[in-house]
Design a protein around this ligand. Structure first.
Ligand SMILES: O=C(O)CCC(=O)C(=O)O
Length: 191
Protein backbone atom coordinates (compact mmCIF):
# COMPACT_ATOMS: atom_id res chain seq x y z
CA UNK A 1 0.00 0.00 0.00
CA UNK A 2 2.65 2.52 1.09
CA UNK A 3 4.47 2.35 -2.23
CA UNK A 4 1.20 3.24 -4.00
CA UNK A 5 0.95 6.51 -2.11
CA UNK A 6 2.29 9.27 -4.29
CA UNK A 7 2.71 12.53 -2.43
CA UNK A 8 2.84 15.55 -4.65
CA UNK A 9 5.89 17.66 -5.16
CA UNK A 10 6.34 20.52 -2.74
CA UNK A 11 5.53 23.69 -4.56
CA UNK A 12 5.30 27.16 -3.13
CA UNK A 13 1.58 27.30 -3.95
CA UNK A 14 0.57 24.00 -2.38
CA UNK A 15 -2.06 24.80 0.26
CA UNK A 16 -0.83 23.89 3.75
CA UNK A 17 -2.64 20.82 5.10
CA UNK A 18 -3.50 19.32 1.70
CA UNK A 19 -2.42 15.72 1.16
CA UNK A 20 -2.95 13.45 -1.81
CA UNK A 21 -2.66 9.69 -2.20
CA UNK A 22 -2.85 8.22 -5.71
CA UNK A 23 -4.02 4.61 -6.03
CA UNK A 24 -5.73 4.60 -2.65
CA UNK A 25 -8.02 1.76 -3.81
CA UNK A 26 -7.79 -0.88 -6.53
CA UNK A 27 -9.81 -0.78 -9.81
CA UNK A 28 -11.87 -3.75 -8.52
CA UNK A 29 -12.84 -1.89 -5.34
CA UNK A 30 -13.57 1.21 -7.41
CA UNK A 31 -16.03 -0.77 -9.58
CA UNK A 32 -17.74 -2.16 -6.46
CA UNK A 33 -18.07 1.28 -4.88
CA UNK A 34 -19.48 2.82 -8.06
CA UNK A 35 -22.05 0.01 -8.16
CA UNK A 36 -23.11 0.76 -4.57
CA UNK A 37 -23.36 4.52 -5.18
CA UNK A 38 -25.26 4.15 -8.45
CA UNK A 39 -27.80 1.98 -6.58
CA UNK A 40 -28.41 4.63 -3.89
CA UNK A 41 -31.50 6.85 -4.02
CA UNK A 42 -29.38 9.86 -5.01
CA UNK A 43 -31.16 13.22 -4.82
CA UNK A 44 -30.29 16.58 -6.41
CA UNK A 45 -28.20 18.61 -3.95
CA UNK A 46 -30.55 20.92 -2.02
CA UNK A 47 -29.27 24.41 -1.31
CA UNK A 48 -32.22 26.05 0.45
CA UNK A 49 -34.75 26.75 -2.29
CA UNK A 50 -32.23 25.83 -5.00
CA UNK A 51 -31.21 22.51 -6.47
CA UNK A 52 -27.70 21.69 -7.59
CA UNK A 53 -27.09 19.49 -10.62
CA UNK A 54 -24.96 17.00 -8.75
CA UNK A 55 -26.83 14.18 -7.03
CA UNK A 56 -25.99 13.18 -3.48
CA UNK A 57 -26.72 10.87 -0.55
CA UNK A 58 -25.62 11.81 3.00
CA UNK A 59 -25.00 9.45 5.87
CA UNK A 60 -24.41 10.12 9.56
CA UNK A 61 -25.27 13.81 9.24
CA UNK A 62 -26.43 16.17 6.54
CA UNK A 63 -26.25 19.96 6.49
CA UNK A 64 -29.68 21.56 6.10
CA UNK A 65 -29.26 24.88 4.25
CA UNK A 66 -32.77 26.06 5.17
CA UNK A 67 -32.34 25.41 8.90
CA UNK A 68 -28.62 26.24 8.71
CA UNK A 69 -27.63 23.35 10.89
CA UNK A 70 -26.65 19.72 10.85
CA UNK A 71 -29.41 17.16 10.92
CA UNK A 72 -29.07 13.45 11.57
CA UNK A 73 -29.09 11.38 8.42
CA UNK A 74 -29.35 7.65 7.76
CA UNK A 75 -26.62 5.54 9.38
CA UNK A 76 -23.45 4.95 7.38
CA UNK A 77 -24.06 1.75 5.33
CA UNK A 78 -22.05 -1.37 6.11
CA UNK A 79 -20.47 -1.55 2.64
CA UNK A 80 -18.52 1.59 3.52
CA UNK A 81 -17.03 0.01 6.69
CA UNK A 82 -13.71 -1.31 5.28
CA UNK A 83 -13.14 1.90 3.30
CA UNK A 84 -13.76 4.06 6.37
CA UNK A 85 -11.20 1.99 8.29
CA UNK A 86 -8.69 2.63 5.51
CA UNK A 87 -9.44 6.37 5.47
CA UNK A 88 -9.17 6.58 9.26
CA UNK A 89 -5.81 4.79 9.14
CA UNK A 90 -4.65 7.32 6.53
CA UNK A 91 -5.83 10.15 8.82
CA UNK A 92 -3.84 8.78 11.75
CA UNK A 93 -4.64 8.25 15.45
CA UNK A 94 -8.01 9.52 16.72
CA UNK A 95 -9.38 10.04 13.21
CA UNK A 96 -13.09 9.27 13.39
CA UNK A 97 -15.25 9.66 10.30
CA UNK A 98 -18.75 10.78 11.33
CA UNK A 99 -20.25 11.90 8.04
CA UNK A 100 -20.17 10.48 4.53
CA UNK A 101 -21.42 12.11 1.35
CA UNK A 102 -21.72 10.16 -1.89
CA UNK A 103 -21.90 12.39 -4.98
CA UNK A 104 -22.54 11.80 -8.67
CA UNK A 105 -21.35 14.35 -11.25
CA UNK A 106 -22.74 13.86 -14.74
CA UNK A 107 -20.76 15.23 -17.69
CA UNK A 108 -20.60 19.03 -17.42
CA UNK A 109 -21.53 19.09 -13.73
CA UNK A 110 -19.15 20.46 -11.09
CA UNK A 111 -19.28 22.24 -7.76
CA UNK A 112 -18.88 25.96 -7.09
CA UNK A 113 -16.40 27.73 -4.82
CA UNK A 114 -16.96 26.97 -1.16
CA UNK A 115 -15.44 25.90 2.13
CA UNK A 116 -17.03 23.02 3.99
CA UNK A 117 -19.24 23.82 6.98
CA UNK A 118 -17.43 24.64 10.23
CA UNK A 119 -19.26 21.85 12.07
CA UNK A 120 -16.86 19.52 10.27
CA UNK A 121 -13.12 19.27 10.79
CA UNK A 122 -11.01 17.29 8.34
CA UNK A 123 -12.35 16.37 4.90
CA UNK A 124 -11.21 13.33 2.89
CA UNK A 125 -12.34 12.80 -0.70
CA UNK A 126 -12.13 9.64 -2.79
CA UNK A 127 -12.47 10.14 -6.56
CA UNK A 128 -14.14 7.45 -8.64
CA UNK A 129 -14.76 6.91 -12.34
CA UNK A 130 -12.95 9.86 -13.90
CA UNK A 131 -10.42 12.57 -13.05
CA UNK A 132 -11.24 16.14 -12.11
CA UNK A 133 -9.48 19.45 -11.63
CA UNK A 134 -9.76 20.09 -7.89
CA UNK A 135 -9.18 23.84 -7.70
CA UNK A 136 -8.15 25.90 -4.68
CA UNK A 137 -8.10 29.65 -4.26
CA UNK A 138 -7.51 32.15 -1.49
CA UNK A 139 -7.47 35.92 -1.37
CA UNK A 140 -4.09 37.61 -1.78
CA UNK A 141 -4.72 41.37 -1.61
CA UNK A 142 -6.64 42.34 -4.74
CA UNK A 143 -6.19 38.99 -6.47
CA UNK A 144 -6.38 35.26 -5.82
CA UNK A 145 -3.67 32.74 -5.10
CA UNK A 146 -4.59 29.52 -6.87
CA UNK A 147 -3.63 25.87 -6.88
CA UNK A 148 -5.05 22.98 -8.91
CA UNK A 149 -4.84 19.36 -7.85
CA UNK A 150 -5.37 16.80 -10.62
CA UNK A 151 -7.49 14.31 -8.68
CA UNK A 152 -7.20 10.96 -10.44
CA UNK A 153 -9.80 8.21 -10.11
CA UNK A 154 -9.05 5.96 -7.08
CA UNK A 155 -7.10 8.75 -5.37
CA UNK A 156 -7.77 10.21 -1.94
CA UNK A 157 -7.22 13.82 -0.92
CA UNK A 158 -7.23 15.18 2.61
CA UNK A 159 -8.02 18.79 3.42
CA UNK A 160 -6.88 19.91 6.86
CA UNK A 161 -5.24 23.06 8.24
CA UNK A 162 -5.25 26.07 5.90
CA UNK A 163 -6.40 24.05 2.87
CA UNK A 164 -9.56 23.29 4.82
CA UNK A 165 -10.18 26.51 6.76
CA UNK A 166 -8.78 29.31 4.59
CA UNK A 167 -8.70 28.12 0.99
CA UNK A 168 -11.92 27.64 -0.97
CA UNK A 169 -12.27 24.75 -3.38
CA UNK A 170 -14.34 23.99 -6.48
CA UNK A 171 -14.52 21.53 -9.38
CA UNK A 172 -15.30 22.72 -12.94
CA UNK A 173 -17.76 20.64 -14.99
CA UNK A 174 -16.34 17.13 -15.36
CA UNK A 175 -15.59 15.61 -18.78
CA UNK A 176 -16.83 12.11 -17.90
CA UNK A 177 -19.15 10.67 -15.27
CA UNK A 178 -17.46 11.06 -11.87
CA UNK A 179 -18.42 9.85 -8.42
CA UNK A 180 -16.87 10.89 -5.16
CA UNK A 181 -17.12 9.81 -1.56
CA UNK A 182 -16.44 12.55 0.98
CA UNK A 183 -15.58 11.55 4.54
CA UNK A 184 -15.73 14.19 7.27
CA UNK A 185 -14.69 14.21 10.91
CA UNK A 186 -16.49 16.47 13.38
CA UNK A 187 -15.07 19.73 14.70
CA UNK A 188 -14.72 19.98 18.46
CA UNK A 189 -17.90 21.94 19.22
CA UNK A 190 -16.70 22.82 22.76
CA UNK A 191 -13.75 24.93 21.65
O1 LIG B 1 -16.48 15.67 -5.20
C1 LIG B 1 -15.57 16.08 -4.50
O2 LIG B 1 -14.46 15.50 -4.43
C2 LIG B 1 -15.75 17.37 -3.69
C3 LIG B 1 -17.07 17.48 -2.98
C4 LIG B 1 -17.20 18.77 -2.19
O3 LIG B 1 -16.37 19.66 -2.25
C5 LIG B 1 -18.37 18.95 -1.34
O4 LIG B 1 -19.33 18.16 -1.42
O5 LIG B 1 -18.37 19.92 -0.54
Amino acid sequence: MTEQLALFPRTADLPEGLQYAAGFISPAVERELIGHIAALPLQPFQFGAYEGKRRVASFGFRYDYTLRRLQEAKPIPEWLGPLIEQVEAFGGPSTQVAQVLCTEYEVGVGIGWHRDKPQFDRVFGLSLGSPCKFRFRRRRGESWQRYTLDAEPRSLYLMSGESRRIWEHSIPGVEALRYSITFRTMADQTS
